[in-house]
Design a protein around this ligand. Sequence first.
Ligand SMILES: Cc1cc2nc3c(=O)[nH]c(=O)nc-3n(C[C@H](O)[C@H](O)[C@H](O)COP(=O)(O)O)c2cc1C
Length: 250
Amino acid sequence: MEEKDLYSTIFQRKSVRKYDLDPLDDDTLKEIKERLHTLQPLHQDINIELQILSPDVVKRRGMRAAPHYLAVFSEIKEGYLSNVGFMLQQMDLFFSAQGLGSCWQGIPTLKKEALARSRLKFVILMAFGKPQETLHRTATSQFKRKSFEEISDITSAVDLLETARLAPSARNAQEWFFAGDDRLIHAYYRKPSFIGRHLFKKYPPMDVGISLYHLKLGAEHFGKSTEIIFDNPEEDDLKEYEYVASLRLT
Ligand SMILES: Cc1cc2nc3c(=O)[nH]c(=O)nc-3n(C[C@H](O)[C@H](O)[C@H](O)COP(=O)(O)O)c2cc1C
């Protein structure tokens, strides 16, 4: 499956939380492992490791079981959370396009023996397997999302920004904002409140990384070449927002 084939999945995907607990067959797991080697980073210089783990090393903390988990370990460097979002969302779309269910899992964590399998820091999990619930949405009205006006002021790129609007986010918080114009889109997240700063601080940059991947797929679908750049325009009217990255379209 080519990357461009994932575009249509943006409009169908959903989080799957109920799985057939039988492990996937070896050929399917091999294909998934191969796919992991093709993931594109947001930050080229951040060391990251993805492992496929079985449920016995996952502390589920109240979440339903899945037959497999992707665990992400990363070097801790500026931008590592948005990098994880950008990379793992490529797998979320791939699973959905392949007829498999998946769900980002911020609440569960790993047992000690699994944490010891990498020298990098454990960041997050993604559950995956054969779905035991509906896999795809059939209309964008089935997505519970903010309106376009709440997430961007770029009125010349509404169709393109629809891809970012529909992206998944932790607790469906959608704290992202997109400014700029249809040739250079700057991605931000709303600076968290006091409680948010303590409880959920890792999620907004990760969520923006996820939405940036959707945006990149969208831009390429509309025939543009894309480049991720880091060039904060430091706009005065965006002071409540934290800059993450920009997408240049040519
Ligand atoms: C970073 C991140 C962490 C998440 N953690 C969990 C989780 O721990 N448990 C869960 O059931 N869903 C989790 N989700 C799934 C979101 O709740 C879901 O993406 C959002 O409600 C939008 O729904 P949709 O994915 O079906 O479009 C997480 C999503 C993201 C992006």
